[in-house]
Design a protein around this ligand. Structure first.
Ligand code: ZN
Length: 148
């Protein structure tokens, strides 16, 4: 191994995430704990089966407090997107793409798009979940393009 490769490897190993850790509320603790394990989960009503996001105690369809925590497909499509340039979002090396994602389960969430040039993003573009490291050894779900 050349010394350049060793230096690059050492720099990568010592690079710590600068992205802020998520703010964990009691209602969403299950979601963030799962993300830390690389799992993408959500809430489904135990009575009517309605999926909901963001996490909250009561079903907006039938007012049931009977909640199931279920694995989500991690698949969806891009609804809308922006790239906030000013002020530069704290903790990012370059402006992130902020997008609303329509999940296959029927909920919509705000996240980031990664591994795609801003000009290549299209409405309805299929995406899948991935996870980005944050400060404090946590992870947050992000989305990347999948398939054609
Ligand atoms: Zn319900």
């Amino acid at each position: 191994m050349s010394s350049n490769a060793e230096t690059a490897q050492a720099q990568a190993a010592s690079a710590k995430p600068t992205r802020l850790a998520p703010i964990v509320t009691p209602d969403a603790k299950f979601f963030w704990d799962a993300a830390d394990r690389g799992e993408f989960v959500g809430q489904r009503c135990g009575d009517c089966g309605h999926y909901r996001f963001p996490p909250r105690p009561m079903c907006p369809q039938c007012n049931s407090l009977n909640t199931e925590i279920v694995s989500l497909s991690g698949r969806g499509s891009v609804c809308s997107w922006i790239r906030p340039l000013h002020p530069m979002p704290f903790g990012f090396q370059s402006p992130p793409v902020v997008a609303t994602i329509d999940l296959k389960e029927g909920t919509r969430m705000v996240s980031n798009l990664v591994d795609v040039a801003f000009g290549d993003i299209r409405a309805g573009m299929p995406v899948e979940v991935s996870f980005a490291d944050t400060m404090g050894n946590h992870k947050v779900p992000v989305f990347r393009p999948v398939g054609g």
